[in-house]
Design a protein around this ligand. Structure first.
Ligand SMILES: C[S@@+](CC[C@H](N)C(=O)[O-])C[C@H]1O[C@@H](n2cnc3c(N)ncnc32)[C@H](O)[C@@H]1O
Length: 335
């Protein structure tokens, strides 16, 4: 529960997330309630892995390999002298996925051993490299990546992006995915261009996808476009992962669209999975049974009520204590 509360506090602290949340609350409180229930849940681990220990072992593989540090060093060096902002006024950033998210995706790749992985949004190549490391260890599978990179300093090029885009850029004279180590590139195909232009032809060529990961343009239109298209081509039991789900209401909207066609699991407020088809049902049953006392939404509600009652009961004592110690506040103290 503590994890959920901290996640929600972080959510509200971010202005963009708060405005999306308030907007959703006003327009569809039922969906928002469901979202809050799933925020920060570890149900996704029980749905994808046999045990939490299995997940942790897989994640620690890449954590201990030194690859993450190597990539971070590469990013640090490249961005050390790079300052400025895009035409939209967003400061330059490397755009790399959160460590917790790439660890989750890496472990999913290792567990599921997908033959065809498709991701959108490469930028410098941080998440791409981690996914490829998973495929290398599996000794099977291929990653297809779609990216329309924004190059730092390229003002004209910057105008082609949606107005809400942040400052994720590649340094001048570096290609999309430049960070991916050469020894990981043999299982990788990079397709450059806008996802609406590139994805339809690519998914037709691929036929079926085992794992889809969205991390490109987080506008409502583009997210809906990618989710719908990827879902159509996802194999039964396949997994769709969406990053930055709080940038638009697309993910929750898409959850409503697919309804019984799949199952949804939230890693946290920024990353979620959809598992396609009925194959995922037993996982959900296990998930529900596995809900711990503290993780249950109703227990959280009860806890908040209890906090309210206790605060009301002890307010008098608290107030006396404060006034005794700080008599100066008596003039404006409400009680
Ligand atoms: C957040 S970054 C991806 C970060 C990457 N996953 C990582 O961990 O390093 C998003 C990338 O998507 C690209 N992008 C933005 N709009 C796009 C679009 N419509 N189609 C394809 N790529 C787009 C951005 O330029 C950027 O390279």
């Amino acid at each position: 529960m503590f994890h959920r509360l901290t996640t929600l506090v972080a959510d509200v602290r971010s202005r963009a997330n708060a405005s999306v949340a308030i907007d959703r609350a006003l327009r569809d409180p039922r969906l928002l309630l469901r979202y809050i229930r799933r925020t920060g849940s570890s149900a996704w681990i029980r749905a994808v892995f046999d045990t939490r220990r299995e997940y942790e072992q897989l994640a620690s593989e890449v954590r201990e390999s030194g690859l993450i540090e190597e990539l971070q060093r590469g990013l640090g060096d490249a961005f050390a002298g790079l300052s400025g902002s895009t035409v939209r006024g967003a400061g330059y950033v490397d755009g790399a996925m959160k460590i917790g998210h790439v660890l989750a995706l890496y472990a999913v790749v290792r567990k599921r051993r997908p033959a065809v992985v498709l991701e959108t949004g490469v930028c410098n190549g941080f998440s791409t490299a981690i996914l490829l490391e998973g495929l290398r260890r599996n000794d099977t599978g291929h990653l297809y990546s779609v990216d329309l990179p924004e190059v730092a300093g390229d003002i004209d090029g910057g105008r082609q992006f949606w107005s809400g885009k942040g400052g994720a850029v590649v340094p001048p004279d570096r290609p999309s995915g430049w960070l991916v180590p050469e020894q990981l590139q043999d299982r990788w195909t990079l397709c450059l261009g806008r996802s609406t232009a590139v994805l339809p032809g690519l998914v037709n060529r691929l036929g079926q996808i085992d794992l889809f990961i969205h991390d490109s343009e987080h506008s409502l239109e583009n997210q809906m476009f990618e989710f719908r298209l990827a879902w159509q081509h996802l194999c039964p039991g396949g997994l769709l992962a969406a990053s930055d789900i709080n940038c638009s209401p697309a993910f929750l909207q898409f959850c409503e669209e697919i309804r019984d066609a799949g199952h949804v699991y939230f890693v946290d407020d920024g990353l979620a999975f959809m598992v396609k088809g009925h194959e995922a049902r037993p996982h959900t049953a296990r998930t529900n049974r596995g809900n711990t006392f503290a993780a249950s939404f109703w227990w959280q509600l009860l806890f908040l009520l209890w906090v309210g009652v206790v605060s009301a009961l002890y307010y008098r004592q608290f107030s006396d204590l404060v006034l005794a110690r700080f008599p100066a506040v008596r003039s404006w103290w409400p009680w």
